[in-house]
Design a protein. Structure first.
Length: 275
């Protein structure tokens, strides 16, 4: 990969909107939301890509069913360029493509941040309406590097209704709102909002509490963009490289279609052109 100044802005000239999907803690389904948001936008005709920024536990290749594929490396004028994998109409880049299977990646903060920046800048993204960045949980070096070095359109916070998840998501929001950073918060997605048994579609069980997503959205003065139900086959679909559009649950699909529509119509998001 090509060396660069660690303080330079990473230029992505063909990308209209760079959206980060973040959470304060793990286990809230952030990567599931990021992956299916990207697919939902692509299905609406937007030129979309996803970048897996979780260098320690990349899951996007598995969710797209491309974990055994390798991006092409092109050489042009002495520079190496990475050509993303494409599936479901979404361009995909993850550090997982470059790792040895079943081996952990041990990087200290500065090395991880540098690797992240190089992977972003050395990829041939082409013309995009949306680049979705799937953040790792928390507020560490990887998040700060991305925030400082990219011109971000905004951030989407994912939480469950559980109060401990809400508290951690609020910390992530504080990171985006610091004076030196000031990344717009686009809204909140409440994942695992309720559970409805397949044979009893009229019933709702609030396994992790209720109202937490709206509570967080109100505190941050941003919209609640979606309430995504806990659906049994959603996990199975992700594990087998399929999207929620292979689900039999119409509410799940509708929530993601609505989420993509709301994102595309936010006033802070650049006008995008469907192809």
């Amino acid at each position: 990969m090509n060396k660069q100044d660690p303080f330079d802005k990473i230029e992505l000239p063909g990308v209209k909107n760079v959206l980060v999907v973040a959470s304060g803690k793990g286990g809230v389904g952030k990567s599931t939301v990021a992956a299916n948001l990207a697919v939902s936008l692509a299905r609406e005709g937007f030129r979309t890509a996803i970048f897996d920024a979780d260098l320690y536990g990349p899951s996007i290749p598995i969710m797209f069913g491309v974990q055994n594929e390798k991006p092409t490396i092109a050489h042009y004028q002495g520079k190496e360029t990475i050509i993303p994998i494409t599936k479901f109409g979404v361009k995909i880049i993850s550090i997982g493509f470059f790792m040895v299977s079943n081996k952990s990646l041990i990087w200290r903060g500065p090395a991880a941040s540098s690797g992240l920046a190089q992977l972003l800048s050395d990829t041939e993204w082409g013309e995009l309406d949306y680049l979705i960045i799937d953040f790792p949980p928390g507020t560490g070096d990887i998040q700060l590097t991305t925030i400082q070095r990219l011109n971000l359109t905004g951030a989407i916070l994912v939480t469950t209704p559980q109060q401990v998840a809400i508290a951690d998501a609020r910390k992530a929001a504080d990171m985006f709102n610091t004076k030196r950073i000031q990344v717009p918060l686009l809204g909140v997605v409440e994942n695992m909002a309720w559970f409805t048994p397949e044979k009893h579609p009229e019933e709702k069980y609030f396994l992790f509490g209720s109202g937490g997503g709206q509570q967080l959205a109100n505190q941050l003065n941003v919209p609640l963009l979606a309430q995504i139900p806990l659906v049994c086959d959603a996990c199975e679909l992700g594990d087998t490289g399929q999207t929620i559009f292979a689900s039999t649950d119409g509410t799940l699909i509708n929530q993601f279609e609505t989420l993509a529509d709301k994102i595309s119509k936010l006033p802070t998001v650049s006008a995008s052109t469907n192809n």
